[in-house]
Design a protein around this ligand. Structure first.
Ligand code: ZN
Length: 500
């Protein structure tokens, strides 16, 4: 093998893998969006066969020899190539430890499990989903043990979603949040309640869709490369490369804010992915590096920008224009207060910024217990309801609005949830830094995202997965990560809305 040939083969291997990813991603995306409801078994069949092929390519002799050769000649590789080899070897080492039959079975199970979850949520029927969820937790425990037998299985997955993360660090992070959030929520609760009447009412779906597309344009998404459709649970996915990005939303006719903010949230993910350097397409460096950094972008656009006073002022005339009757009695100040109302509630994706992290902590606590074998999957609904009562003071009326609300567990994403709270906190510190050079409020008042996007592109997006999450934080923040910046941000928001 010579180096020139090896480098060419490295690129060819990644192109081939991204083509399979494209096909498999499209099959899953179709299942979530337009496929007829009875077709899950058909998709599972195709995905089973395709994942067997990708498993064989990844762990095959040719691939392993190529990567070992490149790894042994690090001195001849560019930084990009070194990182590609590192990430590919990491993936392959994982695959090599998992028996192929189990890997393929698991891929098929994901399709079935998502389908069962969808119906279980619809009918608020946890019992039908329970055996699938049990299998999901079992697989995640087993895969972690295969991959890192000496490591705690939950720590293994936390570190997969955000390199460097573990229970110990998260306990400290959540502890710091809880200490200031709980009294803040109580203080808001003691103030006269803020009305959210202006976002509740009757908002026809076609108008909400027009609003969604306008928001995508406003935030600078290129709709030639970013598509929008509807699903039960909103998400973002890249197909093959950052050149084809899909986001989804869910319209609630009685609440305009739900889809509005989820479009901006998913739009933030899509900006991050599509902001990768052009020449990273079809490589493992294409797209965002971790879920923590990903959520820092999505939650930055959703909350820090879209719920800011400056942006709401810009947004209000658009809502007046689309929903003239509904908006007639209200001002932009009413809208600002409504979308920043602090109110303990049942649904995470619709929670306000202040109570949001408590929703995440509940999921973290439950995952931790099940992964450690301290609790069974069967006990999850009751434990969920109990924690919601204890932490947020709300009574969960049914599993649809409780343990079945999120899709994550149905596709095995255990250890993902903490990224939401962590990302929110990263975002507040990014804002502080951005403000040093960009007049964020002046731009938002005009609905101009040019300089904001430019800042994010320069500091975060264009690297794709070239830098680690920690490297991005270190280079961008030029200071240690500090959750108190996030807590300061939330307190000043409450001061503004509630006069605390
Ligand atoms: Zn997200």
């Amino acid at each position: 093998m010579n180096m020139e040939q090896a480098k060419q083969d490295l690129m060819k291997l990644q192109e081939q893998m991204s083509a399979y990813d494209h096909a498999m991603g499209l099959i899953s995306y179709d299942g979530e969006t337009t496929a007829p409801k009875g077709t899950a078994a058909n998709r599972a069949h195709a995905l089973g066969i395709l994942s067997e092929i990708t498993y064989k390519i990844s762990t095959g002799k040719e691939t392993v020899e190529l990567l070992e050769y490149l790894d042994a000649h690090q001195q001849d590789l560019s930084d990009r190539e070194k990182r590609m080899v590192y990430l590919l070897i990491k993936d392959i080492r994982f695959m090599q430890k998992i028996p192929m039959e189990e890997y393929v079975e698991y891929q098929k199970l994901i399709v079935e499990s998502q389908d069962v979850w969808y119906n279980a949520k619809l009918n608020s029927d946890f019992a039908s989903f329970e055996p699938y969820l049990e299998k999901m937790f079992d697989y995640q425990k087993r895969f972690a043990q295969y991959a890192a037998p000496d490591m705690d299985p939950y720590d293994y997955w936390l570190n997969e979603y955000e390199a460097g993360l573990c229970k110990e660090k998260l306990d400290a992070f959540f502890g710091a949040l809880r200490q200031r959030l709980v009294p803040l929520i109580q203080a808001c609760g003691q103030k006269p309640q803020v009305s959210d009447d202006c976002i509740k009412g009757d908002f026809p779906e076609d108008k909400q869709e027009a609003l969604a597309l306008w928001l995508m344009d406003t935030m600078g998404l290129d709709r030639q490369h970013v598509g929008l459709s509807t699903t039960e649970h909103p998400f973002t996915t890249s197909l093959g490369s950052h050149l084809d990005e899909r986001i989804t939303t869910h319209y609630h006719r009685d609440d305009v804010s739900s889809s509005m903010f989820s479009v901006v949230h998913e739009g933030g993910h899509a900006l991050y992915d599509t902001g990768s350097d052009e020449d990273l397409a079809y490589t493992v460096l294409d797209g965002g590096v971790s879920m923590g950094i990903h959520e820092s972008q999505s939650r930055f656009y959703e909350n820090i920008l879209a719920r800011s006073k400056a942006f709401v002022r810009f947004l209000f005339p658009k809502l007046q224009n689309l929903f003239p009757e509904q908006m007639k009695p209200y001002t932009w100040q009413d809208l600002y207060r409504a979308v920043n109302r602090v109110q303990p509630s049942l649904i995470r994706t619709e929670a306000d910024e202040v109570t949001y992290s408590l929703h995440v902590m509940i999921r973290y606590e439950l995952e931790k217990r099940v992964m450690a074998g301290e609790m069974t999957v069967h006990e999850l609904p009751e434990a969920w309801n109990k924690l919601y009562h204890e932490s947020l003071g709300v009574t969960v009326p049914d599993d649809r609005q409780g343990v079945l609300q999120d899709s994550h567990w149905s596709f095995g994403a255990i250890g993902y949830f903490p990224s939401y709270a962590l990302g929110s906190a990263y975002g507040a510190q990014f804002l502080k830094k951005m403000r040093e050079t960009v007049d964020v409020d002046a731009d938002l008042e005009k609905g101009d995202f040019t300089r904001i996007n430019q800042w994010n592109r320069e500091h975060i997006w264009h690297f794709g997965s070239l830098l680690t999450p920690q490297e991005i934080l270190d280079r961008t923040l030029e200071a240690p990560f500090d959750p108190n910046v996030y807590l300061d941000y939330l307190e000043s928001k409450c001061k503004d809305v509630y006069g605390i």
